[in-house]
Design a protein around this ligand. Structure first.
Ligand SMILES: Cc1cc2nc3c(=O)[nH]c(=O)nc-3n(C[C@H](O)[C@H](O)[C@H](O)COP(=O)(O)OP(=O)(O)OC[C@H]3O[C@@H](n4cnc5c(N)ncnc54)[C@H](O)[C@@H]3O)c2cc1C
Length: 381
């Protein structure tokens, strides 16, 4: 399914594939089973410049168009969506700093990502999931510091993160702060609601802030504009999340195709039943359609145009396709599809979790509908 050449250099994709085959595929089941953060893999990808492929060269990045990131996420997630989500939290942190951070924090932290800095993006709290317009985590200014107090939950990659981007409310509204791990009064714990059935890259952690002090320049962007900044950053990570879903779908498709081509029933190969061929025809069309939406969203990110609409459309469709294809793959493989030692359970669990993480289906629909309503409003004004 070579759809890349119009969007991204095929040699680049081939290099990523070869790394994935050698280093990620062999341990993908183990990462999922043991729920561990794949530190060694992510650090190696960083040394090869892949985790900073879209960052400006001034900060040690590759300066490539966003299609390169999308291809990276699809290929990595073909083997392991857990590695994909481990990379997303790194891209989120560097994106928000690069887009909104002041010069001092950019110079301090962006080059660190090229050295393999591991990071997490902390929005969610026990009482605030989709709705982050107000937060219970507070930040107040005290002399030459910001002081943060509260608790964040569900933090992906938090078991290994060396740096956190944290949303907290100041007297003028929600704001974003960069907080290094290991700083005084910051701790993490694995709570009873920390392990998920999918996208298992180490248990999600709760992040406890008991008067954490960071310098003033660790405020990212404008005080009180944190929600807007976080949502803009989500346009980027939703496009990458969509690529993860397509990677999962493609893996499920290929594994089911291999099985159906070998397995016999009623004196013929399962793949020879027309009903089964139709399943594959539908799945292939849906995967291709989702990928096209993703590359359109990547182009929109490069140009800074209509990012909210295209990123949301890409994630809405790709996450649904991921779950549908993973589910059909089980169906096609019959009992083998349900075996614990077959990969389909992992595909299905990972795909379903991405209909919720990073912007649920309902929130994406709301975003697209808001875009529509704005157009109608403008036309009728
Ligand atoms: C695998 C995984 C990884 C995650 N990683 C992180 C992370 O790294 N950092 C982080 O901060 N958070 C993370 N989260 C949390 C995630 O961002 C939230 O789960 C998500 O924002 C939804 O919030 P919620 O689960 O509290 O659901 P709620 O907001 O309580 O929503 C419950 C249901 O209501 C729907 N709903 C909510 N509002 C509306 C509305 N306005 N219109 C229609 N329907 C609505 C939702 O779509 C959902 O179906 C992760 C979650 C998962 C599953």
């Amino acid at each position: 399914m070579d759809l890349w050449p119009p969007y991204v250099d095929s040699d680049y994709v081939e290099d990523v594939r070869s790394f994935v085959r050698q280093h990620i595929a062999p341990i993908a089941d183990q990462i999922d089973r043991d729920d561990i953060y794949p530190t060694a893999i992510v650090k190696t990808l960083a040394r090869q410049g892949l985790t900073t492929i879209t960052l400006p060269p001034t900060y040690g990045g590759g300066g490539k168009p966003y299609g390169h990131a999308v291809a990276l996420f699809e290929e990595v997630s073909y083997a392991s969506a857990a590695v994909g989500i481990s990379l997303i939290t790194i891209f989120q942190a560097q994106t928000i700093i690069n887009l909104f951070g002041n010069d001092a924090i950019k110079k301090e932290y962006l080059p660190e990502f090229a050295q393999g800095l591991l990071s997490s993006y902390a929005l969610t709290e026990a009482a605030h999931g989709s709705d982050i317009r107000t937060l219970d985590t507070k930040a107040v200014r005290a002399g030459d510091s910001w002081v943060l107090t509260g608790e964040k939950s569900f933090i992906t990659s938090g078991s290994a993160a060396e740096f956190f981007l944290i949303l907290a409310e100041t007297p003028v509204g929600v704001s974003v702060f960069g907080v290094p791990a290991g700083i005084e009064n910051l701790s993490t714990y694995v709570g009873t609601n920390s392990a998920t059935f999918g996208l298992r890259n180490g248990p999600h952690v709760n992040l406890v802030l008991k008067g954490v002090r960071v310098p003033l320049h660790h405020l990212i962007g404008v005080e009180g504009k944190g929600v807007r900044q976080a949502v803009t950053t989500l346009n980027f990570s939703r496009t990458l999340a969509a690529a993860i879903s397509v990677g999962i779908a493609r893996a499920a498709f290929d594994a089911a195709l291999q099985f159906a081509a070998r397995r016999k029933a009623f004196d013929q190969r399962v793949l020879e039943f027309q009903g089964i061929q139709w399943y594959f025809a539908d799945m292939l069309s849906e995967i291709d359609a989702a990928r096209l939406l993703i590359y359109r969203a990547a182009g929109a990110l490069d140009r800074g145009e209509e990012m909210e609409r295209y990123g949301s459309e890409a994630k809405l469709i790709a996450s649904k396709v991921g779950t549908q294809v993973a589910s059909l793959a089980v169906q096609i493989c019959g009992a083998y599809g349900t075996m614990e030692n077959a990969p389909f359970g992992r595909f299905l669990r990972d795909a379903k979790a991405y209909e919720i993480a990073g912007g649920s289906t309902e929130i994406l629909r709301n975003t697209i509908a808001k875009y529509l309503l704005r157009g109608v409003q403008n036309a009728t004004d």
